[in-house]
Design a protein around this ligand. Structure first.
Ligand code: DX5
Ligand code: ZN
Length: 214
C-alpha cells in the first residue's frame, strides 16, 4: 500500500494542531513539510521553528521538502527540529561535490535523505546519486504553490525510477496536483508515497480522501 503524506502547506495555521490530529486520525502516514524561501521558488512558507513545534505534538514521520537556494546552510536547523527526512532540489546545487556533501551530511546524522527534480529536470540529473538516497521526490507541478494541475510527465519519471530501482533502497514520492485520479496513475506507475495538499485538506471528508489515495 502507498503512503499518504498530506502537505501542511494547505493546513489552517491558526488551527494547526487540530489539522495535524485530524489527518493522523484519518489515516495519513507522513506529514509533508514544504519549505519555501522566496528565492528558489516565488513563494515563502515557513522555516524550522514551526517544524520543531510540530515535532512536539505529532509522532508522524516528518518529510521535509526544501525548496530553498542553499540547502546546506539550513540543513542542521531542520535536523535539530526533528526532521525524519530531508529532501533538497538537485537544481539548488552548483556541482556534484556539493550534492554529495549534502547527502553524506544528512545521512551522518541518521536522518533520511532525498533529492527532488522539478518537472523540467530529467531523472538522469540524479541518476548517479540513486545508490545513496532514501527518497526521490518527483515534482508533478512547478514547485512554489499548492493547488496546481498535475503534469503528466511525472508518470514517465516514476516508471523510470521504478526500472532503475533494482536492489536500491529509495522510495519514489510524487508531489503536486495529486487527487484520487492522478494518484491512481502514479500508483500504477509504481510510486511509494503520494503527497497531497489541497485534495486532503479541502476534502469534505478527509478520511475518505486519504482512503481513496491508498
Ligand atoms: C508545491 C509543494 C507541494 C504542494 C502540494 O511546491 O511542494 O507539496 O503543497 O499541493 P497540492 O497537493 O495542492 O498540489
Ligand atoms: Zn512538497
Amino acid at each position: 500500500m502507498v503512503k499518504v503524506a498530506p502537505s501542511v502547506l494547505s493546513a489552517n495555521f491558526a488551527e494547526l494542531k487540530k489539522d495535524l490530529d485530524s489527518i493522523k486520525e484519518c489515516g495519513a502516514n507522513w506529514i509533508h513539510y514544504d519549505v519555501m524561501d522566496g528565492h528558489f521558488v516565488p513563494n515563502i512558507s515557513f522555516g524550522y521553528s514551526i517544524l520543531n513545534d510540530i515535532s512536539k505534538v505529532s509522532d508522524l514521520y516528518l518529510d521535509v521538502h526544501l525548496m530553498i537556494t542553499n540547502p546546506m546552510k539550513y540543513v542542521d536547523e531542520f535536523i535539530k527540529a526533528h526532521a525524519s527526512s530531508i529532501t533538497a532540489h538537485i537544481e539548488a546545487f552548483e556541482n556534484e561535490e556539493s550534492v554529495r556533501e549534502f547527502i553524506h551530511h544528512v545521512k551522518a546524522q541518521h536522518v533520511q535523505v532525498g533529492l527532488s527534480v522539478k518537472p523540467a529536470t530529467p531523472i538522469e540529473a540524479i541518476e548517479k546519486y540513486l545508490d545513496e538516497l532514501d527518497l526521490v521526490l518527483v515534482m508533478s507541478v512547478e514547485p512554489g504553490f499548492g493547488g496546481q494541475k498535475f503534469q503528466e510527465q511525472a508518470i514517465e519519471k516514476i516508471q523510470q525510477l521504478k526500472q532503475l530501482h533494482q536492489n536500491r533502497s529509495y522510495l519514489i514520492e510524487v508531489d503536486g496536483g495529486i487527487n484520487a485520479e492522478t494518484g491512481k496513475l502514479c500508483k500504477d506507475a509504481g510510486v511509494d508515497v503520494l503527497v497531497a495538499g489541497s485534495y486532503v485538506f479541502q476534502a469534505p471528508d478527509r478520511k475518505e480522501a486519504i482512503n481513496q489515495l491508498k
